[in-house]
Design a protein around this ligand. Structure first.
Ligand SMILES: Cc1c2[nH]c(c1CCC(=O)O)Cc1[nH]c(c(CCC(=O)O)c1C)Cc1[nH]c(c(CCC(=O)O)c1C)Cc1[nH]c(c(C)c1CCC(=O)O)C2
Length: 384
């Protein structure tokens, strides 16, 4: 891995825009307002009248307009890499529910071609990648040049800032953390038990550490690229790190989360960061100690207990209190409206101030849209 060296971008792809989605207007010369929106004010500890709300994986399959668009743009790579389509999909849940965050429609794997690693998303199987499990493959990874390999991310984020200007909405960027990305590279796709990467931890830990470091350098760079394009917050996803023992987590996940967070803070000290890990109940104290601004909890932790544990961990490390995000079970969005309301309000009360309301993981594909709307409306109508 040679610093600053960028190999030819062999895997760049281009996709065509059909007439079903309008081309983006020119935003040249237009100003966007720079006031902090509600979501950012809440995280920064300013006085707000209610918690902000958005839903992980809010853009996508559960929305009918999205499923209609899939017929015209059948691959995930097209939908996320044609800026017009990515912008339209990002705006669908924001328009329908008036969420306080508008997240870019993209994937944690999107930057990988910029490191020399191609991928596909099969509609049935999920992510499919060429395995990276040898020194040759790891040494062939190179530092990302985001402007050269992900120009569509820049265009889409700038467009989202303009589309949401003047509305108190935050445009959200995100990245995958090195460990979770490495699970896809080593396993060649999605996994249930992550046995290939666990074998590598014992057989050739240096190989894995080199891969994780290569990923961390590029992902930090890519996060800052999103911020320069207009992302007002970065959520880092280490979704599968909760499958590690705390012993291995401290060796293979935490140090690389920290590298990404430090890189963001070094360049963009004022941009809030959020960390999400699925099944993170045993890891809350460790997450708090990364110095992240907000810890997103899944639904297996009681919000009040989780909040107290995070506060204690930060205080014992001499750090300021962090914010919390979450943590309604996505399965509760199949309940009747009064249950959705009750359980949502229960979480808001337990979390207190400095809370971003969200689900405990991504919204399920079969969730009825009116139930997602009920969840968002409940939060929008709440007053502290
Ligand atoms: C299915 C899948 C993909 N990519 C991935 C999967 C996960 C499951 C697996 O391992 O099989 C990998 C992935 N992608 C994302 C994460 C982190 C969040 C999480 O834990 O779910 C993970 C682990 C973020 C994302 N992936 C996506 C977003 C979009 C932005 C949003 O709406 O939040 C994010 C943050 C979008 C995405 N990404 C993908 C699709 C088909 C879509 C469309 C939207 C949907 O229907 O879910 C492909």
């Amino acid at each position: 891995f040679t610093n600053g060296f960028t190999a030819p971008h062999t895997s760049a792809r281009t996709f065509a825009l059909h007439s079903t989605v309008a081309p983006l207007p020119s935003y040249e010369g237009q100003k966007i307002d720079n006031q902090d929106p509600l979501l950012i004010r809440a995280i920064k500890g300013l006085e707000v009248e209610r918690p902000p709300v958005w839903m992980m994986r809010q853009a996508g399959r559960h929305i009918k307009e999205y499923r209609d668009l899939v017929k015209k743009y059948p691959t995930f790579r097209e939908r996320s890499e044609i800026p017009e389509v990515a912008v339209e999909v990002s705006l669908q849940p924001w328009r329908n529910y008036q969420t306080d965050g508008c997240i870019l429609f993209s994937d944690i794997l999107t930057p990988l071609p910029g490191l020399g690693l191609d991928f596909d998303i099969s509609e049935n199987v999920g992510p499919v990648l060429k395995k990276v499990d040898t020194w040759d493959a790891v040494n062939a990874m190179h530092l990302i040049d985001p402007f050269a390999t992900c120009p569509f991310v820049d265009t889409a984020l700038r467009a989202l800032r303009h589309e949401t200007a003047g509305t108190d909405t935050a445009v959200l960027g995100f990245v995958g953390c090195p460990y979770t990305l490495a699970t896809y590279l080593v396993e060649g796709g999605t996994s249930k038990e992550y046995l290939e990467i666990k074998k590598m931890m014992n057989k050739d830990p240096e190989l894995l550490h080199t891969m994780l470091k290569n990923l961390a350098l590029s992902i930090g760079e890519y996060a800052n690229y999103q911020i320069s394009a207009g992302a007002q917050l970065i959520q880092i996803f280490d979704s599968w790190a909760g499958h590690l023992s705390p012993f291995d987590y401290d060796i293979f996940a935490a140090p690389y989360q920290k590298m990404v967070l430090d890189k963001i803070k070094e360049v963009n000290p004022d941009v809030p960061t959020v960390i999400y890990i699925k099944h993170s109940g045993a890891l809350l104290e460790r997450m708090a100690k990364t110095g992240v601004d907000v810890v997103s909890m899944d639904w297996t932790v009681d919000m009040e207990e989780g909040r107290a544990r995070l506060d204690a961990a930060r205080a014992s490390a001499g750090m300021s209190r962090c914010g919390v995000q979450g943590n309604l079970d996505p399965g509760l969005l199949y309940a009747d409206h009064s249950t959705i309301e009750e359980r949502t309000i229960d979480i808001i009360k337990k979390a207190g101030r400095g809370h971003v309301m969200n689900l405990g993981h991504g919204i399920e594909a079969t969730t009825p849209e009116e139930n997602a709307k009920k969840f968002v409306d409940t939060v929008r109508n709440y007053r502290y």
